[in-house]
Design a protein around this ligand. Structure first.
Ligand code: NAG
Ligand code: NAG
Length: 248
């Protein structure tokens, strides 16, 4: 059951996206405007899944008018780019609203991190700072562990946020971040982060850090799903933008 947590929580964000699409005129500019930072994401298929591909759901319970409708489990992940460090080192991370720590793999982690495309060289970042706190998370599927640190995050359009807390992983389930992701962006409520370290310290998410730094307006985000064009319609993937800073 817990294997579903990512997908279920992502669906919860769809409602916000609908609002943003209607009201926010800057969604596709990929930049900051009026306290809203718009960053593109891409949908990718997750090949690792051994969950059922098809099922049926009864609508209207067991009554005589109930109908069975087919459900397809597409199992998408949404990837977003951001950079960490000075000078910036780019990562591609999986968006997750069901957890609250952002983590990237450390340099030379290799097979212990599933051999991701990008790893963080902590030594070459002049703004990297250790937090002296262990990091440990177990997801519905997979896990990650390492230690907390702070560094400058840089988003689309060269928007920088200094002293942003995150985790550096030196051991994780490579399966979790397969399909092009190096690590995870956890943008759930701050309070959930207390389950990711031994002393139950609440660590602000990157959304809270952006708001505390005055980069974005409100401590919230919305999601805009682009209309599919004909070429995209066949593969079932939906790309869009995540808008940090507001949803109304
Ligand atoms: C991330 O950056 C790479 C290369 O810079 C680019 O090819 C890719 O499309 C970007 N992905 C997203 C989700 O913006
Ligand atoms: C961001 O900064 C880099 C390096 O200074 C530069 O190459 C790039 O064009 C900038 N991008 C934007 C969107 O300003």
């Amino acid at each position: 059951m817990s294997t579903w947590s990512h997908s279920l929580l992502l669906i919860a964000t769809v409602a916000w996206g609908v609002q943003a699409a209607v009201i926010n005129p800057v969604i596709e500019e990929n930049t900051i405007h009026d306290g809203l930072l718009s960053v593109p994401f891409v949908g990718v298929d997750r090949k690792a899944s051994n969950l059922p591909k098809w099922g049926f759901q009864k609508v209207n319970g067991e009554s005589s008018s109930s109908v069975k409708v087919p459900l397809e489990n597409i199992d998408l992940a949404y990837l977003m780019n951001l950079s960490i460090g000075t000078p910036p080192q780019q990562f591609t991370l999986l968006l997750d609203t069901g957890s609250s720590t952002t983590w990237v793999p450390v340099e030379s982690c290799g097979i212990l991190c599933g051999s991701p495309p990008h790893t963080l060289s902590t030594k070459t970042s002049s703004t990297f700072e250790l937090m002296n706190m262990q990091f440990n998370i177990r997801y519905g599927e997979g896990f990650s562990q390492g230690y907390y640190a702070k560094d400058t995050f840089t988003f689309e359009g060269n928007i920088s946020v200094a002293n942003t807390a995150f985790a550096v992983s030196n051991f994780n389930d490579g399966e979790l971040t397969a399909n092009g992701a190096d690590g995870i962006i956890g943008i759930g409520p701050d309070a959930l982060s207390k389950y990711n370290n031994p002393d139950n310290v609440v660590v602000p998410t990157i959304v809270s850090s952006m708001q505390q730094a005055g980069v974005i307006r409100d401590n919230m985000f919305s999601v805009y799903f682009k209309a599919l064009d004909d070429a995209e319609r066949g593969n079932g993937r939906v790309n869009g933008n995540i808008i940090f800073g507001g949803g109304k």
